[in-house]
Design a protein around this ligand. Structure first.
Ligand code: ADP
Ligand code: MG
Length: 219
């Protein structure tokens, strides 16, 4: 029995690009602290689905409820505020800003929360410390290894205490040790925050750690 109200619910979600229909009928529900792996071959619509869940793209049809509210009824401004305050994104290509150092990158999402610079730095460094990355706080992204950059990207995704964490192929191009570290980090932090964690991946190393799987497209 589900004890808490769902954070997000998708029902019959479909999306096309011209005559390509990567998403035909997606239904899923996730509550606080619940984990889901979305899997499927290349081009099966994984990133499209993540874009829809992350409020970056509107589905052609179907229902998407966030804490029971239909997102289709929200204005662009309301969607942007929700995205900034309640979502954490881990992008496939890290998307760290080269001209900012590590703590400044991690603090970026806090700008929208109206915190002053000193408070932003305090929060960013505190989280970096929890993740064992404090020694990197003053470095530029280019001075980090791929695994370190990925962990910094995860810190940035978590700094605003998101209710929903969306990670697109977070272990791609990482060796086994770094992949393991990244997935443990994501799981532990989702648990700490009570966040719904959605990992889009075809990486068996991730699937071994999360039992709830949804396969989309042609299996
Ligand atoms: P995956 O992440 O599973 O590899 P995507 O969601 O990126 O798949 O893409 C699913 C399908 O939709 C692919 O055939 C891709 O070429 C197509 N597609 C994705 N984004 C666009 C777009 N913006 N315009 C047109 N076609 C797109
Ligand atoms: Mg993709």
């Amino acid at each position: 029995m589900r004890m808490q109200a769902p954070i997000l619910e998708l029902a019959g979600v479909a999306h096309s690009y011209g005559d390509v229909t990567p998403l035909a009928d997606v239904t899923l529900t996730l509550g606080p602290g619940e984990l889901l792996v979305i899997t499927g071959g290349s081009g099966s619509g994984k990133s499209t689905l993540l874009g829809i869940m992350g409020l970056m793209e509107k589905p052609d049809s179907g229902r998407y409820l966030l804490r029971g509210k239909p997102v289709g009824e929200l204005s662009d401004g309301a969607l942007a505020r929700l995205r900034n305050r309640h979502f954490g994104f881990v992008f496939q290509q890290y998307a760290l800003i080269p001209g900012l150092n590590v703590w400044q990158n991690v603090a970026r999402p806090l700008g929208y929360a109206g915190l002053n610079r000193r408070e932003q730095k305090r929060r960013a460094v505190e989280l970096l410390s929890e993740l064992g990355l404090a020694h990197l706080a003053g470095r530029r992204p280019a001075q980090l290894s791929g695994g370190e950059q990925k962990r910094v990207a995860i810190a940035r995704a978590l700094v605003n205490d998101p209710a929903i964490v969306l990670a697109d192929e977070p272990t791609a191009s990482l060796d086994d040790i770094n992949a393991e570290a990244v997935i443990r980090l994501l799981k532990a932090q989702a648990k700490r925050l009570g966040a719904a964690l959605i990992v889009v991946t075809h990486d068996q190393r991730v699937k071994n750690h999360i039992s709830n799987h949804l396969t989309i497209g042609k299996a």
